[in-house]
Design a protein around this ligand. Sequence first.
Ligand SMILES: [Zn+2]
Length: 415
Amino acid sequence: MIQQCYTMHDMETLFETLKTFNKPGEMKGITRLAYSKEDEAAHQFMVETMGEHGLFVRKDAIGNIFARLPGQNSQLPAVGTGSHLDTVPQGGAYDGALGVVTGFYALMQFKAGELLRDLELVIFRAEESSRFGFSCIGSKVMTGKVKADQWAENVDDEGQSFFQVNDDAGYASEKIASCCLPDHYFSAFIELHIEQGKRLESDGLTIGVVNGIAAPTRFAVLVRGHADHSGATPMYQRQDALVASAMIIEDINHAACRESPWGTVATVGKMEIQPNSMNVIPGEVTFYVDIRGIEKSSISRVASRLQEAVHKAEKDNDVTITLREISSEEPVKLDDGLCDVLAQQCEKNDISYMKMLSGAGHDTMNLAQRYPAAMIFTPSKGGISHHPDEFTHFSDIEVAATLLKETLRELGNRQ
Ligand SMILES: [Zn+2]
């Protein structure tokens, strides 16, 4: 039933095949937004592939996928691995997909009943925040962190909420509570992912053993001024929403720079301007602030600086500003014991590694609040991610996939 020999070459082919699930006509990188046709097709392809290879596959009410390889005792909590398949617009091929294909490769190295515990590959839905403005929906749903009211408010570019999109895709939002996994579902969870930074590359190391994940706190800022003729309105009479926004953005940038010793960062990467015309003073601006770090107090300092900047910009520019928190996640410490297992495996197999923090959020940060969890990072060339040029050498991927396999073997045989 289980294919006896699933090689690195098979894994590479699978990875290349996943690249073909892309928005029609996309010339730059991969665009596979959560629940888009191409995202749905990629998930369906994996369901079929994993089923054909003998795994027991199920989907939950939002389309998270679980593929299980039975061990000797399926009553014991399973050992999990996995990642996501959705991407940002014009993203890379490695973010998420790499954790899926290496996880599948690792499971395929064992026969049913070979290990004590079941192994389970998870494909999380809607990890990227690109569509709905908040991230890791699949893993939040699995760990009972649904915020129905807040989620209903955050709509995509077509004005649809996650729940509407989920139902339109043929899933069942009314059964979302059934997606929550029981206690002791996993004895351990390991996600393999690209680093998305350049620390491994700069230090010439092959593996990052991730022992903590920085968490995003996000705000939407709506600035209301007054749209007027750009020629006929003197400077002192203006209520320029974009000038007010620019002042706030500069302030947040300074605030985050001051927090660099704690690794905190802040970004404004999305903005909508009304009426967005060269000869009209901007009357209304919406922009989004993304603050991340490991130290909660440091994140709070940047967030309170944002509030101060908002008040000052209101006064200085005669505009009104609404600040709305979209999401606020807790920074997460990963399991020391699992990190040690990964480190020992690296040492045993002569793999160069370092223990490190992840600046980007991952599904594992939700799982880690319920189950022991850790992550394996592979180097990102030039630290580039969320970009068509995202790249990881296949030789590094082979090392990481082998490390994942050996770690699953050890954890899968633990009493
Ligand atoms: Zn990712």
